[in-house]
Design a protein around this ligand. Structure first.
Ligand SMILES: CC(C)(COP(=O)(O)OP(=O)(O)OC[C@H]1O[C@@H](n2cnc3c(N)ncnc32)[C@H](O)[C@@H]1OP(=O)(O)O)[C@@H](O)C(=O)NCCC(=O)NCCS
Length: 171
């Protein structure tokens, strides 16, 4: 299997990572954000806090290929009803060679080894076949459709919802 390494984002990663999500990206564009948004978030907490995190993805040559992240979601009022929603964005030149699958396998392993979380979840556009396949290859289970969960680029989008539980077999 393709190998990747996850590590904290460094300051010198920010220009490359900030260049992502151009307006013609079919799945990653949610409207323009401030050009210095990542820089400011990095200055605040290095992109890792109790509720969310972002890690850099390196390929097997140590080249920065993109980032993975997570944020806490609540399915009830108590800490016992908490899950982590995970996501990924690879730089365009690093897509389609197995890194997305390997990075999401690595992220799940990292979160299960370093937090007490039981449930990871992910949602992806119903048209985003690459991410659906990558999640399925990463041991995530398809749960259903969240209808009109996102309004992006002029229309409502359905999301396919996935989960991976701590006890689910690793791929
Ligand atoms: C989605 C993404 C993470 C997938 O990672 P990747 O490294 O490109 O995908 P992989 O090479 O691991 O391939 C995973 C599967 O998707 C398929 N695939 C890859 N690119 C594809 C494409 N453009 N269209 C259809 N299927 C595709 C692969 O064939 C493979 O399927 P298989 O197991 O049946 O062979 C990556 O393409 C990406 O960052 N895209 C832009 C951002 C994004 O969409 N993020 C997810 C938002 S929820």
């Amino acid at each position: 299997m393709t190998t990747v390494r996850l590590r904290p984002v460094r300051h010198d990663d920010i220009p490359l990572l900030s260049a992502g999500e151009p307006a013609d990206d079919p799945f990653g564009f949610y409207g323009f954000t401030a050009a210095n948004a990542l820089e400011r978030a990095f200055a605040a907490n290095g992109l890792i806090s109790d509720d969310q995190g972002t890690l850099a993805v390196e390929d097997d040559q140590g080249v920065l290929a993109g980032h993975v992240g997570w944020f806490a979601v609540q399915h009830g009022p108590a800490s016992t009803a908490r899950a982590l929603n995970v996501g990924i964005a690879l730089l365009p030149q690093h897509r389609g060679r197995g890194l997305g699958t390997a990075a999401q396998v690595a992220l799940a392993a990292y979160l299960f080894e370093n937090t007490l979380i039981e449930r990871l979840e992910a949602g992806t556009d119903a048209d985003n076949i690459a991410e659906q396949r990558a999640l399925e290859r990463s041991g995530f289970h398809r749960e259903g459709i969240a209808r009109h969960a996102q309004f992006r680029t002029g229309r409502w989008r359905d999301l396919v919802i996935y989960s991976r539980l701590r006890g689910d077999p690793a791929p």
